[in-house]
Write a protein that binds this ligand. Sequence first.
Ligand SMILES: NC(=O)c1ccc[n+]([C@@H]2O[C@H](COP(=O)([O-])OP(=O)(O)OC[C@H]3O[C@@H](n4cnc5c(N)ncnc54)[C@H](O)[C@@H]3O)[C@@H](O)[C@H]2O)c1
Ligand SMILES: O=C(O)C[C@H](O)C(=O)O
Length: 341
Amino acid sequence: MVKADLQELTRSPTAVLGASGGIGQPLSLLLKACPLVDELALYDVVNTPGVTADLSHISSVAKISGYLPKDDGLKHALTGTDIVVIPAGIPRKPGMTRDDLFKINAGIVRDLVEGIAKHCPKAFVLIISNPVNSTVPIAAEVLKAAGVFDAKRLFGVTTLDVVRAETFTQKYTGQKNPAHTKIPVIGGHSGETIVPIFSKASPSFTIPDDKYDDLIKRVQFGGDEVVQAKDGAGSATLSMAYAGYRFAESVIKAAKGEKGIIEPTFIYLPGVVGGEEIAEATGVQFFSTPVELGPNGAEKAINILDGITDKESRLLEACKAGLQGNILKGVDFIKSPVPTK
Ligand SMILES: NC(=O)c1ccc[n+]([C@@H]2O[C@H](COP(=O)([O-])OP(=O)(O)OC[C@H]3O[C@@H](n4cnc5c(N)ncnc54)[C@H](O)[C@@H]3O)[C@@H](O)[C@H]2O)c1
Ligand SMILES: O=C(O)C[C@H](O)C(=O)O
């Protein structure tokens, strides 16, 4: 192998869009500290010079740079980037649903993904901004319109639901490290569209019948717990930074050739091997399912629907009803934009 190829394999330039925010800052810290990341570009509409100066004193591998919108900042942040993580956008306050964020965040995600289509069309795109059930379809439509869509490279980050499922079931799994139980959480990322499939956990464990419903609700509405506790000061940021980092690290490791990495993530099913069958079974085109990651991103969507319990089938039915509307809302935002006047 020639030297240039080796360098390609070890490079993983990464950008964070929305880097000055509640999620953006701790996520950028984790990425700066990650030995797998050699370049880190931070972009936000405010405060990136300060965040960048602060993180730049950390003696880790990543070379860091920060950008604001002025002087073509987005272009400079994205050019040459392989992985783009997007936590830009407003968070919930008590009493709001994630869908209430659509009005503002839809436009933010559209504009940032237009930048990606122009400046780094082959990058892996990891979308954190809510409502994920709609922002990922928005991103897909923007990339399609620009002629650069590759479903294997676009991911809605639903890892926080998996992290919560691991944490909240610890007393039943008995694991000292809760992350050692693999729990698939499928569907979407809001309330009843979040479907934990405890019956397919590995290693398997048993939940007492009288605890099952509460546990499902806690995973589905874990976000509300944090929104209430923060009492107007935003939603989950630190646990999300952890979850976002965990997913980004998996994408980077798989891109570098590590085998056997499987993570649930929200993808466009028809564009990923194995996804058509899940789209047929669920009737939706975007869905979170365990995905085998590889050098090209989502190499294979894994169908775990066969053999799920009756209770899980009922949860899935409720998920589909809400999810389909969220997806169409995102697609329509790009395909038939509502006139502003
Ligand atoms: N996927 C998930 O599981 C998950 C979990 C938690 C939060 N979220 C979502 O992540 C988003 C961010 O949450 P937060 O708590 O970090 O919010 P925040 O308000 O603390 O930070 C958002 C940042 O985005 C920046 N921003 C706004 N418009 C921008 C633009 N056009 N370009 C670049 N940056 C821009 C803001 O300046 C701010 O720094 C919210 O939509 C929230 O709902 C998703
Ligand atoms: O709850 C929210 O609005 C933020 C996030 O989606 C979460 O699940 O914590």
